[in-house]
Design a protein around this ligand. Structure first.
Ligand SMILES: NC(=O)c1ccc[n+]([C@@H]2O[C@H](COP(=O)([O-])OP(=O)(O)OC[C@H]3O[C@@H](n4cnc5c(N)ncnc54)[C@H](O)[C@@H]3O)[C@@H](O)[C@H]2O)c1
Length: 250
């Protein structure tokens, strides 16, 4: 389904991005593992190669348009095309109500989570349109669909990602290029661990907040992303798919 295709995954050095990169590689794709942390990107590349997959690692800050352009140019040089792009890199930022939040934090999170996705889409779409095919999957969040207290910067950015996804779906509906978003609730990744600071009681509070009484796993998100990236989902574009253990049903 993705055998022999080329995929770029941003933020692929950790968590959901890493699981997506491993899954796409296991399914036979050549994966460009992009991350702002070169060492983490290289670790993911090494895991893929240890399992017999094909990958290359590239240090990329998605908030930097020139770096994004270079990442895509590098993928095209190396593999001759781009079939799949998973725009996953993201941060949450500081926790504070809006009136106490810092403007610097606002700009930093919007720069990575929203402007970064826009830059990635802009440079990913061009070769895909030229080829007449492609699948872009943006990692939004449940916070792209509803509000979440104390992370306005994150909620605004993720709502923006959902809006970008829907607009791109319309702009390219007849082009062969599909654009979808996934909206996870809490997924147990290093991002969540950084907020819990290794405290199992805090993790248990996070688990208890979920209808299933557990967080999602990166692999569960990767399953959905791999399906959206593949030709098994060819009638889907512009979707913002909840993957949330029932959370959005409340
Ligand atoms: N974990 C969750 O509960 C959850 C829920 C919903 C959505 N998400 C979204 O999923 C995505 C991945 O989250 P995660 O939990 O795997 O996080 P994570 O912190 O485990 O991994 C994020 C990766 O992105 C990289 N990164 C950060 N800034 C970057 C930049 N400017 N350019 C390139 N790479 C950068 C980091 O180095 C890291 O490797 C994010 O967009 C996040 O908002 C996560």
């Amino acid at each position: 389904m993705v055998e022999g295709k080329t995929a770029v995954v941003t933020g692929a050095g950790s968590g959901i991005g890493q699981a997506v990169a491993l899954r796409l590689a296991a399914n036979g794709a050549n994966v460009v593992v992009a991350d702002i942390d070169a060492q983490k990107a290289d670790e993911t590349r090494a895991i893929i190669e240890e399992h017999g997959g094909s990958a290359s690692a590239v240090e990329t800050d998605v908030a930097d348009e020139a770096a994004v352009a270079e990442m895509i140019a590098g993928a095209l040089d190396r593999y001759g095309g781009l079939d799949i792009a998973v725009n996953n890199a993201g941060i949450v930022g500081e926790l504070a109500p809006i009136h106490e939040s810092s403007t610097e934090n606002w700009h930093r999170v919007l720069g990575i989570n929203l402007h970064g996705v826009y830059y990635c889409m802009k440079y990913e779409l061009r070769p895909m349109l030229e080829a007449g095919s492609g699948s872009i999957v943006n990692i939004a969040s449940m916070s792209g669909l509803v509000g979440t207290e104390n992370v306005a910067q994150y909620v605004a950015a993720k709502h923006g990602v959902v809006g970008l996804t829907k607009t791109a779906a319309l702009e390219y509906a007849t082009s062969g290029v599909r654009v979808n978003a996934v909206c996870p609730a809490m997924v147990h990744t290093p991002l969540i661990d950084s907020y819990a600071q290794g405290n199992e009681d805090v993790l248990n509070v996070y688990r208890a907040m979920q209808p299933m009484q557990r967080m999602g796993t990166p692999e569960e998100i990767a399953n959905l992303v791999a399906w959206l990236a593949s030709d098994e989902s060819t009638f889907m574009t512009g979707a913002a798919v909840n993957i949330d253990g029932g959370q959005m049903s409340r």
